[in-house]
Design a protein around this ligand. Structure first.
Ligand code: GLA
Length: 375
């Protein structure tokens, strides 16, 4: 992917009549633990990574908003005055229009602009390419600079315009990531704190290269099931549920609630283990998280189970789990730094033999949240 100055040159070629653009960047993320807890107002522990979306932007001065994606080789344009009445088209441009639409809704002065977008967060990888795009666009179009407000705006666009009933985790970490650390977020109070990871470890993602169609509808169903479980328990959200008091639930709702309650507990224990330098315990909690997502929450798939299981047999790997919404996308692995080469080889060879595709393996470097990177 192009760095900031290369993107500026590409911008000048695509929009020769435009002035020099400014460039914003927002990172993708890996979530260490706390999966499907954010929309239940629970705990999450994501880390912004060294894969990111960049947006170059300059005023268009003709009342149009234009966007071109280098990654997709496609673009589109809209009359700025039409945006408050726009409806979703069902493709990537919804993220562009959705951010502008949400900015209008919140009273921002949205002007015509030419945008050139480039990203190296693989689409559908479970590493949050959408939030990286939404947050960088919100900055490029003059949105709020305060990270929490920025994240809330980008999430509102995703929910209310694009129509994905997501939690706040992805936009939060794209806006608020910290170099060299993960960030613990309480999705009820929105309090957060930086969590430093033990030294000598590596956080490695493996992209299964599949995204099952079922994913989107299953996500929505899980959100609804959790709301139904909360109603039955007479509480605002599953954050307020206790394991011992899930007796009023049975069947699917019991399984979903049990995942959320135990996963919140695992996040707390993972943070304690990380701060105590207990890497083996961190790994065990990741393995337990995967089992709970597979058996109780039922959002894994055979490719993710295979990648996690394969990783666990590699010497120097402490734990592995699926990351993000599920039904494809990536796994996250906790390994000793010197085991990364072995892990990568094992995942690539065994997964290719089993599924005929080579997983993309990425060693994550904890990165800062969104910012302007040019000039
Ligand atoms: C997706 C959503 C997040 C979160 C995860 C699951 O990434 O965008 O809000 O719910 O799935 O933890």
């Amino acid at each position: 992917m192009a760095g900031a100055s290369a993107l500026v040159e590409q911008f000048a070629r695509r929009y020769p009549a435009s002035g020099t653009p400014r460039v914003w960047r927002a990172p993708g993320r890996v979530n260490l633990i706390g999966e499907h807890t954010d929309y239940n107002l629970g705990l999450v522990l994501p880390m912004a990574i060294n894969l990111a979306c960049r947006v170059a932007a300059a005023p268009s001065n003709d009342g149009f908003l234009r966007a071109f994606s280098q990654q997709l080789g496609a673009g589109s344009q809209w009359r700025i005055g039409d945006i408050p009445h726009a409806s979703p088209a069902g493709d990537w441009t919804d993220r562009v229009v959705g951010i502008a639409w949400e900015l209008f809704r919140r009273g921002f002065d949205v002007r015509g602009a030419n945008l050139l977008i480039d990203s190296d967060v693989p689409l559908g990888s479970g590493l949050s390419s959408s939030a990286a795009l939404g947050v960088s666009l919100a900055l490029a179009l003059g949105g709020p600079r305060e990270p929490l407000e920025l994240a809330q705006l980008a999430r509102a666009a995703e929910m209310d315009f694009v129509g994905v009933p997501c939690g706040i985790m992805d936009q939060f970490i794209a806006a608020s990531g910290r170099e060299g650390a993960a960030v613990l977020l309480d999705c009820r109070s929105l309090d957060s704190r930086v969590v430093t990871l033990p030294s000598g470890i590596a956080i490695v993602t493996a992209n299964s290269m599949v995204k099952h169609q079922l994913g989107d509808s299953a996500y929505r169903t899980r959100v609804e099931e959790c709301a139904a479980a909360s109603r039955t328990l007479g509480i605002r959200s599953l954050r307020d549920a206790e394991l011992a008091k899930l007796g009023a639930l049975d069947g699917i709702l019991l399984k979903r609630a049990r995942h959320v309650v135990t996963e919140n507990d695992r996040v707390e224990r993972f943070v304690e283990a990380s701060e105590a330098g207990n890497i083996a315990q961190m790994g065990r909690l990741m393995n337990e998280s995967h089992a709970s997502l597979r058996d109780d929450y039922e959002v894994s798939c055979e490719e993710l189970d295979f990648l996690a299981e394969t990783a666990r047999h590699v010497e120097g790997v402490y734990g592995a789990r699926m990351v993000g919404g599920g039904f494809g996308g990536s796994t996250v692995n906790l390994a000793r730094a010197d085991a990364v080469g072995r892990l990568e080889d094992a995942l690539k060879t065994k997964y290719r033999d089993a599924f005929g595709r080579t997983p993309e393996v990425h060693v994550c470097i904890a990165s800062a949240g969104a910012s302007e990177i040019f000039p």
